[in-house]
Design a protein around this ligand. Sequence first.
Ligand SMILES: Nc1ncnc2c1ncn2[C@@H]1O[C@H](COP(=O)(O)OP(=O)(O)OP(=O)(O)O)[C@@H](O)[C@H]1O
Length: 250
Amino acid sequence: MSEPILKVENLNRYFGALHATRNVSFEIMEGEVRAIIGPNGAGKSTLMDLITNRTVPSSGKVLFRGDDITGLSPDKIVHKGMTKCFQISKLFTSLTVYENVQIARIEMNKKTFSLFPVHDRYLKEEVKRYLSLVGLESKMNEVAAYLSYGDQRRLDIAIALAMDPKLLILDEPAAGVAREEAYTLMQLIRKLAEERNMTIIFIEHDMDIVFNYADVISVLRDGELIASGTPEEIKENQYVQEAYLGGGES
Ligand SMILES: Nc1ncnc2c1ncn2[C@@H]1O[C@H](COP(=O)(O)OP(=O)(O)OP(=O)(O)O)[C@@H](O)[C@H]1O
């Protein structure tokens, strides 16, 4: 961890009269695993949509790897190295596991090396490599629709990895999977982050996952960033204690 890979400066977003993101500023260091927490409607998804420019900010800036990416198309942002998983599943459920990653990789290669088409054999090796990173190589010929939900999430991660992200944004990685599987997925995500020096931002409601797997936690309330710190620091935060840890109960 050295340089900030992402800087968010005074981001605001209004939906009519609703101030959904209030002057949010923060930095994320390269290689960091950052959790974003906050109650329903706090503005977590809106903030991620502003960072990936799926929602245009009312004011403020997003800097990624030193470049101002505010207003850049989501597609161009992916090619700069920022990918988001899980919000809208990109899986083609009637295709195989292999084909799903192959399509993502062909798309990525097309835009990156348009003058030099990638050789079939090389592409096959690449796809297998992404599948082995998430433990799905042995299931590569299975149809995506028939995978377990946990394996579909792994496939979603493999597709995201095929975009070669420097920053991977995950929307509730633990949602909808059994506790064991949630921990396994988070261990996988952390391992990938460490091995590939990838930065992770994840939105999560499950505090066990958040406190076990984040390096830094940011807390949103009513669109405002009210605290950022290590799990130990955030555990001491009065609002977090009251809202999440039962500290406010009499
Ligand atoms: N497109 C939109 N139009 C109008 N209001 C919106 C829109 N998107 C979000 N909002 C509002 O902005 C506020 C923040 O919503 P957001 O979905 O970002 O919260 P969240 O923290 O992600 O919530 P959750 O945990 O329930 O997903 C909410 O009051 C929501 O109703």
